[in-house]
Design a protein around this ligand. Structure first.
Ligand SMILES: C[S@@+](CC[C@H](N)C(=O)[O-])C[C@H]1O[C@@H](n2cnc3c(N)ncnc32)[C@H](O)[C@@H]1O
Length: 284
């Protein structure tokens, strides 16, 4: 993984290999996040990777897309600059760089939203979450881990190579989906809906950006998916809850798989617990 990102789907890759079409025109992923699924597709299976060679990747998180664009352009520079910060990491340095990243230090304005600070903050912040306040400033406190996991130079280069023929755009998912054509393969991984656990419903983290993903956004996604399902192969992930099952009905041509994952949830039911994940897809 190049980034730590809430909702990462590295695990999904193994469960959906049979759902990846043998021939793909463009691969489209408009909720790219940490790209765990995208990079797993490339890094773990030499047979499938040539299929997924070009297409469109996007996310509403402007800084995240800026990071991928810089990584694609010059992976060694991003690696060198971020490694320097990682090697000198202290709590004081973290907060100083968080300020510079947010554009709060006038004499360091060039560093505003820089890619090397993005990955440095991502790897050293608390729990590897990306959260912004309402004015769009990254506001996660420093993490407490003594040992910082950081990918090596070769992995930076490999990720840049994987991104080579993909257009990276900072936009709402609906804009990217306008580009979908016959024969494309689309993976949709929106922020999770809330999740029932025992007799309660737990609010799920959805505030990846100043604007939180809402039920209305999910409904827009369902509507667009229904329009595209006769010409594109679509794969969708979310929690396996009634709300999601109601949106993707068998009678409308959607298929459903359920898989159980162990995850960490906060709130009253603290600790590791099992969740049911839904894998939704169409068949052309
Ligand atoms: C669950 S994460 C994706 C994780 C990713 N599949 C992975 O494996 O790392 C959801 C992503 O959707 C993005 N997002 C939220 N609202 C969006 C919108 N309206 N359009 C596009 N992306 C959005 C968030 O910034 C976040 O990165």
């Amino acid at each position: 993984m190049i980034l730590k990102w809430p909702g990462g789907k590295k695990w999904l890759y193994k469960e959906v290999q049979d759902l990846i079409p043998p021939k793909i025109n463009n691969y489209i992923e408009p909720f790219l996040g940490g790209g765990s699924f995208f990079f797993a597709l490339h890094n773990q299976n030499d047979l499938l990777a040539p299929n997924i060679s070009k297409g469109y990747l996007s996310d509403t998180n402007e800084k995240l897309i800026g990071f991928y664009q810089a990584l694609k352009r010059n992976p060694l520079k991003v690696y060198r600059d971020s490694m320097e910060l990682i090697n000198n990491h202290t709590e004081e340095q973290y907060y100083e760089n968080r300020k510079a990243f947010n554009g709060e230090i006038p004499e360091r304005v060039k560093e505003k939203h820089s890619a090397h600070q993005f990955i440095y903050l991502n790897r050293t912040c608390f729990n590897g979450v990306y959260r912004e306040n309402n004015s769009g400033s990254f506001n996660v406190p420093v993490g407490r881990r003594k040992k910082i996991a950081f990918p090596n130079k070769e992995y930076f280069k490999e990720c840049a190579k994987n991104l080579k023929d993909f257009e990276l755009t900072n936009c709402d998912f609906s804009e990217t989906l306008k580009k979908a054509k016959k024969g494309d393969f689309i993976y949709l991984d929106p922020p999770y809906v809330d999740r029932p656990y025992e007799s309660k419903t737990y609010k799920t983290f959805r505030k990846y950006n100043a604007k939180e993903f809402s039920i209305e956004d999910l409904e827009r996604m369902v509507e667009i998916s229904n329009k595209l399902k006769s010409k594109c192969s679509i794969l969708i992930s979310n929690f396996s809850v009634d709300l999601v099952k109601d949106y993707f009905k068998k009678k409308d041509g959607w298929h459903f798989r359920e898989t159980e994952k162990t995850t960490f949830i906060s709130g009253k039911a603290k600790g590791r617990t099992k969740v049911k994940e839904a894998i939704i897809y169409n068949k052309l």
